[in-house]
Unconditional design. Structure first.
Lengths: 273, 259, 253
């Protein structure tokens, strides 16, 4: 892993505050969130629903500019979406009237590159996600996992500064999820891609990330940051892995076993006095 | 097509033809036996003969061509305006708010209800027919276009935003393709309405065309002419619906699930 | 993002107000012949006059009665046929193609034939209106009956439902939304056929006949008055149908 610890951060989130207004009442979504992403890093944000992780991604993307604080990419303020930031959503969001190839090529529309080079890039990236054989397939013909791989190729084809992922594997079945985690790890590490993953799956975060940011909800804020030093090839069953996983879970308020502390439940009949 | 599928196709066609075939047989029989007078149901052989005569003299073709031309002109005009207004309503909240009420109120009066007013204003010439036909195409085209464009899922729009599409790219690469199935439904309905309106208008306010032919036959108490024209009207209706139906089905293959 | 509340609420009224203003101005300023475009008040006054003394109520009643009879006959026949086609494979194969072929013929093309068969009798007009109402009723009911989920059909089999019970408790409720859509269409088409037939066959009493009278005697205010009445009726029908539909489907959620 080449994380240059002294290099300037690619992404800086600087004391961001965001409040929604729902039915006239203010709902704080993010409170004083700060985070840096260094080149080559894989950072995962974990937290329960409502902690604002998806909102944060939208701010980074530039889809939403109504907030306090600053978001900077390579030192420059983010004002609108740009091809330097790519995202894989939870749903593949492929355009149903284009083939897999067409969908990936769509991302290059604004790149200004010549046709031949575009075709080359598309082919390369489809190969990267292992879908060369399905280049001409329609999205309706692809399984969920395959569609997400096309979405990944589409996100990477512009060689973005960094890759955002908003619970990309959340809609897939458990087996496909595990398989794709492996692929994701391979692709990201091999390409030296800087990545920011949002997930509620702690195992996924520990499996993929160099750093884990734990967020708490109401309002969304950074509770803790963990550095993972498990090396590039991780074993989900290794004791070290499990220890870190349990640590993160504990931060989220979840214990691994179902040993509940002894307290009488309300309304229970006391048989023994 | 493999033999088993071919056989099944022919068989279903055959079954479908049983009832019409029986009715046809009854018709031929009743004409021969004189069960019904000529005023109720003309002899099918006469209808065939009349058809042959009219085809030979070129009259049938001429009238058909006139009818088709009117529909083409009216539909083209109505559809074009419908697409424009529908797009405006679909893309712009302001346009929608402004146009919605007038549109609704006007479309509550059946098109034929506007006819007397239009006749007074425009007279009974080609212009009238084109206007009426255009109007009947306009309503479904505008409605479906607006609906289709409004229903483009936010998720796809965001893809366009993330890929930094300018408004033109957004429109041509995302909104239009996503709305296309709905737009096409509108066009198909518009054409069907146009054809219906054409027939009605030609029946009562025209001196040429298939509708006029029918009305003329009626006035002369010659039902064979009426039946002949009826069959042609039905046949054209069939072709129009079937062709557009095929195209629409192909488009529906990629329809976006708005869920 | 602009909140919904700040959008100008007057926008729906913009075009109607502008049109009314221009109309009023044109009539007042004499931009066009008063016979060609009477001012709005003249039209309203005509509506009033016709209602009180002109026998508009009689015409309205006649049209509505005709339309209602045709709608009743056509819609019930249509729903029945639609159920038959949707529930019975055999019926669908035998009668389906014939119905689809019938549908290809434009509605008004039947007028000459019907007028020859019925002469000028009221029955002929009602027959025509019934035809108009029948087609959409059949199409939508057919679709609704055909698309009853397999799971429901199997449930009925497991509960050993007979034919009638199946229709009453599974088929009809299941197809109800479609049937209602069909009935709404049937209403629109029946009304269209009523006015169209009255207009073209110059039937009186009836709103269509009134419209013709206005046209033939060049009384624009009468013509416009009838259009206003037609428009109001159309809107009333739409609301009525929508409310009815909402009521019937309310418990479904």
């Amino acid at each position: 892993m080449h994380i240059a610890h002294d290099a300037k951060p690619v992404l800086e989130i600087d004391r961001v505050d965001k409040t929604f207004h729902v039915a006239g009442r203010p709902v704080p979504a993010l409170r004083d969130v700060s985070l840096d992403l260094r080149p080559g890093e894989f950072v995962a944000i974990v937290g329960a629903s409502g902690c604002g992780k998806s909102t944060l991604l939208r701010l980074i993307l530039g889809l939403d500019t109504d907030y306090q604080g600053e978001v900077r990419v390579d030192g420059r303020r983010v004002e609108r979406p740009g091809l330097d930031r790519a995202i894989v959503f939870q749903e593949p969001r492929l355009l149903p009237w284009l083939s897999a190839e067409g969908n990936v090529a769509m991302a290059l529309r604004r790149s200004g590159l010549p046709k031949a080079e575009r075709r080359q890039l598309v082919a390369e990236h489809l190969d990267l996600v292992g879908l060369t054989a399905f280049a001409a397939a329609w999205p309706a013909q692809l399984s969920g996992g395959m569609a997400q791989r096309v979405a990944l190729a589409r996100a990477l084809v512009n060689r973005p500064r960094f890759l955002l992922m908003d619970e990309p594997l959340g809609a897939l079945d458990a087996l496909t999820r595990l398989r794709l985690q492996g692929e994701l790890s391979r692709i990201v590490r091999h390409g030296g891609i800087t990545a920011l993953l949002v997930t509620h799956d702690v195992d996924e975060a520990v499996f993929l990330a160099d750093r884990i940011v734990v967020m708490q909800p109401h309002p969304g804020r950074v509770a803790d940051v963990l550095t993972i030093d498990l090396g590039p090839h991780r074993n989900r069953s290794a004791p070290a892995f499990l220890r870190i996983r349990d640590e993160v879970l504990a931060m989220l308020g979840v214990t691994p076993s179902d040993d509940q502390p002894e307290e009488p439940s309300r309304g229970a009949i006391r048989l023994v006095n | 097509m493999e033999p088993s599928r071919l056989i099944r196709r022919v068989a279903s066609l055959g079954v479908g033809a049983v009832v019409p075939g029986a009715l046809l047989a009854v018709w031929v029989l009743s004409a021969r036996e004189g069960w019904l007078t000529e005023q109720i149901l003309p002899d099918p052989r006469e209808v065939l003969q009349t058809t042959r005569d009219y085809v030979a003299s070129g009259e049938l073709l001429a009238d058909t061509a006139i009818s088709l031309r009117r529909v083409a002109e009216g539909f083209a005009a109505g559809a074009a305006i419908g697409l424009a207004i529908g797009a405006a309503q679909g893309l712009s909240q302001s346009a929608r708010a402004i146009l919605e009420l007038p549109f609704f109120v006007i479309s509550q009066v059946p098109i034929l209800g506007w006819l007397p007013l239009l006749i007074l204003l425009v007279g009974i010439d080609e212009g009238l027919k084109v206007i009426v036909i255009a109007w009947s195409a306009f309503v479904p085209v505008a409605l479906n276009t607006a609906q289709g464009m409004r229903d483009v899922p936010r998720t796809l729009r965001e893809v366009g935003q993330v890929l930094t599409f300018d408004p033109w790219s957004m429109l041509t690469r995302i909104i239009l393709p996503a709305a296309l199935p709905s737009i096409f439904t509108g066009l198909r309905e518009g054409l069907a309405h146009s054809w219906q309106t054409l027939v009605a208008v030609e029946l009562f306010a025209s001196s040429e065309g298939l509708g006029y032919l029918m009305s003329w036959g009626r006035q002369l108490f010659q039902l064979d002419i009426v039946v002949m024209a009826l069959v042609v009207v039905g046949a054209i209706g069939l072709v129009l619906n079937w062709t557009l139906g095929r195209v629409e089905r192909r488009l529906r293959r990629w329809q976006v699930q708005t869920a | 993002m602009i909140s919904r509340l700040s959008l100008p609420p007057w926008r729906p009224l913009l075009i109607p107000l502008v049109v009314l203003a221009l109309w009023e101005l044109a009539a007042r300023a004499g931009w066009c012949d008063a016979r060609f475009l009477p001012p709005p008040e003249a039209v309203l006054r005509r509506v009033w006059f016709e209602t009180i003394r002109g026998g508009l109520a009689t015409d309205l009643a006649a049209s509505l009665q005709r339309g209602a009879s045709g709608l009743l006959i056509g819609a019930s026949a249509g729903v029945a046929l639609g159920l038959l086609l949707g529930l019975s494979r055999v019926a669908e194969r035998l009668v389906g193609p014939l119905f689809l072929a019938y549908r290809q013929v434009a509605l008004f093309a039947w007028v000459p034939l019907l007028s020859m068969w019925f002469g000028g009798a009221e029955a002929g007009k009602i027959a025509f209106i019934s035809l108009a109402a029948m087609a959409p009723a059949v199409v939508n009911t057919w679709r609704g009956a055909r698309d009853i989920p397999r799971s429901h059909v199997e449930l009925a089999a497991v509960l050993t439902f007979g034919r009638l019970d199946f229709i009453r408790f599974v088929a009809l409720p299941g197809a109800l939304p479609f049937i209602l859509v069909g009935l709404r269409s049937a209403l629109i088409y029946a009304w269209l056929a009523t006015i169209g037939a009255e207009l073209f066959l110059n039937i009186a009493p009836g709103l269509g006949g009134r419209l013709n009278e206005g046209r033939e005697t060049f009384q624009m205010d009468l013509v416009l008055a009838c259009i206003v009445v037609l428009g109001a009726l159309g809107i009333a029908f739409s609301r009525f149908a929508a409310i009815g539909e909402a009521r019937l489907l309310r418990r479904r959620g």
